[in-house]
Design a protein around this ligand. Structure first.
Ligand code: LMR
Length: 300
C-alpha cells in the first residue's frame, strides 16, 4: 500500500510507521521518482509519524490463520487499534482515518469510542475500508461473465466479514441474471473471498497485496473528495443511520465523499427477496460485532 501511495500524485508526503521495519521500507520507496517525500518511523516515534497527518490509513495488527474468522483476531487486534486511536486522538485529531485492521466490524467502533472519550470524535472522518469487497465482487462477477472488471461495478453493503458482507448483484447489469447455484456460489465467494487467500497462504497471513490495492484506492478517492472533486462515491463502513433502529450503528453502503469526509450516505436501494434474506442474516451478526467493539472501550 505504501508503494501504491508513493505512486499516487495526490499524495504530497508519506509517513510510514510500524513497530519495526518502516524506516527500511521508507528508504526503499523514497527512491521512486514521484514528488512526494517519504519518512519511516518505528517503536516510540509515533508522535513524529502522526503530527501533521491529514489522512491516516491503519492496516496494523495480526492476520488470520486458516480456520480463523476475523472475529478470532479481536483479542489481539482490539488493543493495538485502541492504542493507535489514542495516539491519533492526541497527535492528529482532525485527520481522516481509514481502518483496515480486522475485525473491521469491531475496530471501527473501538476507534469511535476512544475518540468519544477523548472528546475528538467526528463521525464524518472515520471510515472502515470495505473496498476489497467490491474489488473482489467486480473481479469474480467479471470472471463469470467474461467481462472486463473495470466495467463491472457491484454494490456491496453491510460489514467486512463472512455473512455481514452483502453483495447486491441485482443492482448491476452483469449480475442481474445470475441465479440458482451460480448465484449462491458467487455470493459465497464474495463473502468468503478473504478465506481463499488465508488458505492459500497456509498459515503465513491473509490478503496484503489486494488489500493494499484496495486501501490505496480508498485513500485516493478520499483525497480527491477532500480536494474538492465532486461525485466521489466509495463503499465504506461508517456511522450510519440506515439500520440504527435495528441496533446497527455502523454500516457499509455507498458513501459520497466530500471536502469534510462523509457527505452523503446512500441507502441500499431496491433489494430482491434473496438480497433481503442476506441482509437479514447480516444485521444480527453485525450488531454483535459492533457491540463487542464498543464495550471493549466503554467497559474497560
Ligand atoms: C480480507 O478481506 O482479505 C482481509 O479482511 C483479511 C482477511 O482476514 O481475510
Amino acid at each position: 500500500m505504501s508503494l501504491l501511495l508513493k505512486t499516487d500524485p495526490l499524495v504530497t508526503s508519506l509517513s510510514l510507521y510500524d513497530i519495526r521495519g518502516a524506516p527500511g521500507v521508507a528508504a526503499d520507496i523514497s527512491h521512486v521518482n514521484t514528488a512526494s517525500t517519504v519518512k519511516g518511523f518505528e517503536k516510540d516515534d509515533i508522535k513524529e509519524a502522526l503530527t501533521g497527518a491529514e489522512v491516516v490509513i491503519i492496516p496494523a495488527g495480526v492476520p488470520r490463520k486458516p480456520g480463523m474468522t476475523r472475529d478470532d483476531l479481536f483479542n489481539t487486534n482490539a488493543s493495538i487499534v485502541r492504542d493507535l486511536a489514542e495516539a491519533c486522538a492526541e497527535y492528529c485529531p482532525k485527520a481522516y482515518i481509514g481502518i483496515i485492521s480486522n475485525p473491521v466490524n469491531s475496530t471501527v467502533p473501538i476507534w469511535a469510542e476512544v475518540y468519544k472519550k477523548k472528546g475528538v470524535f467526528d463521525e464524518k472522518r472515520l471510515f472502515g475500508i470495505t473496498t476489497l469487497d467490491v474489488v473482489r465482487a467486480s473481479r469474480f462477477l467479471g470472471e463469470i461473465k467474461g467481462a472486463d472488471p473495470k466495467d463491472v461495478k457491484v454494490t456491496v453493503v453491510g460489514g467486512h466479514s463472512g455473512v455481514t458482507i452483502v453483495p447486491l448483484l441485482s443492482q448491476t447489469s452483469q449480475g442481474k441474471d445470475v441465479d440458482g447455484e451460480a448465484y449462491k456460489a458467487l455470493v459465497n465467494r464474495i463473502q468468503f473471498g478473504g478465506d481463499e487467500v488465508v488458505k492459500a497462504k497456509a498459515g503465513t497471513g491473509s490478503a496484503t497485496l489486494s488489500m493494499g490495492y484496495a486501501g490505496a484506492r480508498f485513500a485516493n478517492s478520499l483525497i480527491r473528495a477532500l480536494n474538492g472533486e465532486s461525485g466521489v462515491v466509495e463503499p465504506t463502513f461508517v456511522k450510519s443511520p440506515l439500520y440504527e433502529s435495528e441496533g446497527v450503528e455502523y454500516f457499509a453502503s455507498n458513501v459520497e465523499l466530500g471536502t469534510e469526509g462523509v457527505k452523503k450516505i446512500n441507502p441500499v436501494g431496491e433489494l430482491t427477496a434473496q438480497e433481503q434474506e442476506l441482509l437479514k442474516a447480516c444485521l444480527p451478526d453485525l450488531a454483535k460485532n459492533i457491540k463487542k467493539g464498543v464495550e471493549f472501550v466503554t467497559k474497560a
